[in-house]
Every structure is written in C-alpha cells, then in structure tokens.
Design a binder for this molecule. Sequence first.
Ligand code: FES
Length: 316
Amino acid sequence: MNNIIHHVTVKIENIIKDTDRVNVYILSDPDQNILPPFTAGARIDLHLPNGMVRQYSLTGKMIGHKQYKIAVQKEISGRGGSVYIHENLKIGDIIPISLPRNLFPIQKASRKHILIAGGIGITPFIPMVQTLEKRGEDFELHYCCRNAESTPLYNILKCLIDKNKLHIHHDNGDTNAGLDIRDLLSKQQYGEHAYCCGHSGMVRAFKDATKKWSQDSVHCEYFGANNNDNVAYEIEIASTGQIIPVNQNQSMLTALRAKDINIEASCEAGICLQCKTKYLDGNPQHRDMLLSPEDRKCYITPCVSSCQGGRIILDL
Ligand code: FES
C-alpha cells in the first residue's frame, strides 16, 4: 500500500516586515524542491515548535511553487500562536506544515465576484485576484482597514489588480465610517458570488447582508473564535464520573488535556471540527463556525466552545 503524505517540512527562507503588526514569512523546501501545488484561497497548518497548530492562508503569487508565503498579524490578545511566531520563529528555522487545503475556493462560471476583506483577512484574496485577473473574470475587491499604516500587503496588492477594481475603505477607528456591507450587498444580481474574510464582526455583518442571497453564492473564510466571555464551570466525564473544573481563562480542551484526556484537535479555532465531541447534558456555549444547528444539540467543539455555567457532561 502507498503511504499518503499529509505533511511537508519547510524552511523559513525570509521574514519581511509589512506593517507594525504584520510579518510576511517566505517558506521553501529545505532542498529547494517544488512544494505541493495549491489553488487560490488555500491555507496550510503550521505545526509550531511549542505544539500549537495554526492556520494561515497562502498569500503568495501563484507563479511556480518554490515558495509559500503567509502573513501573520501579531494579536496580543489572541490565543498565543501569532505572538509565538513573531517572537520565536527566525530565518533558517525548519517547521512542519500540512499540505495546502482549500475551503474558500473561487467559484467557477460566475458573472461577477464581490470580494470583501477586513485587515489581515486580505491574505486569501491576494492569489484570488491574481487568478481572476488571469481568467479575465469580472470582480471587485473591497478592502477595509483602520488607516493606511495598518493596511497589510497593500504594496503587493496594488501591483496585482486594476485600480478600478480595488476599493480601499479606511474608517480611522470609526466603524460607522467604514464600508456599508448591507448596502453593497443589498441585492444579488444573477450569477454574482460574494466572498468575505475578516474579523468576526465583519463576517456577521456579511452573513446578515446576504441572508436573502442564494447560499451557494455566499462564501466565508473564518479566522477563529473569540472566547473572552468564558465563565467557570465543570466537566463530567460520563464513562468514569470524573469531575474536571474549568476556570474562566481556560478552554475546555486545555482543561481536559491537563487531566491527560486528549481529544484530537487541529485548528483549535472552531473551524475544522476535528475536536467535535458528544455531550449528554449541560448548557453549551457554542463558538465554532461550522456545526449545524442540529449537531449543536448533541455535539460541542472543546477547542473554542464552553459551558454557560454549572456542569457539562461529555460522552467520553
Ligand atoms: S480543533 Fe478544529 S474545531 Fe476544534
């Protein structure tokens, strides 16, 4: 039987400072071999030396596959992955990554593509606009940021796209002064597809604005969940009766791991469902991006989701 390759090893070839908070990392094969191909919108998992796994969109030009490019924004109040990358990874380091996978592809045979990016959410759109320009398809890109200084990858982007198709929206910190997504997407024209990658507030506004669209035409790339509203609670393990306290600053996954209960997890951001676990009782606080309403009645994603208080019984 042939072995299937799930991971490759890459070397950090270069690190380029793009903005105050964003670094671009150039990754290549340590022996200069060609890397596995990818399509516009694809992402990879980075397996960091501290055991964290984080996803980043491939954002390089799609010319040959000798290098991958990712852009990482340092999020001081995030889950720690981006801070670790900024403060620890250096040129020459060797790290394992997953093969590219694409959950955010460009749709074929569309009349027009409307792309909406928020901040570092621009990353998957860089190869996407390149592909759309090459195909000669109609599109417009709306890129929302606070100000010119905090507009990641702008210098790369402006060389790839006709300026009439690029709409930059700087709100200077006033959310009312930014792009009116509802107005932009108020009516779906026949054959139009809309795409969004940005912070959770932007994705919510996008989903709200496209509620009446055909859902086959609406595409989101998720960054991961915010779990700042946790409360303390307990987990009960159904098979043993073991009680595990979870404090306000802990994820359910971390609390389980601390007691040597290991659930397989990949993204740790609520966007892959690898950690999906059955629960038997309790009031879950779901924060994943993918479970269906039906699944939420009996499954939870311990990497990001929690309990609204009291106790949750996991079918483990
Ligand atoms: S590990 Fe991906 S959803 Fe939990």
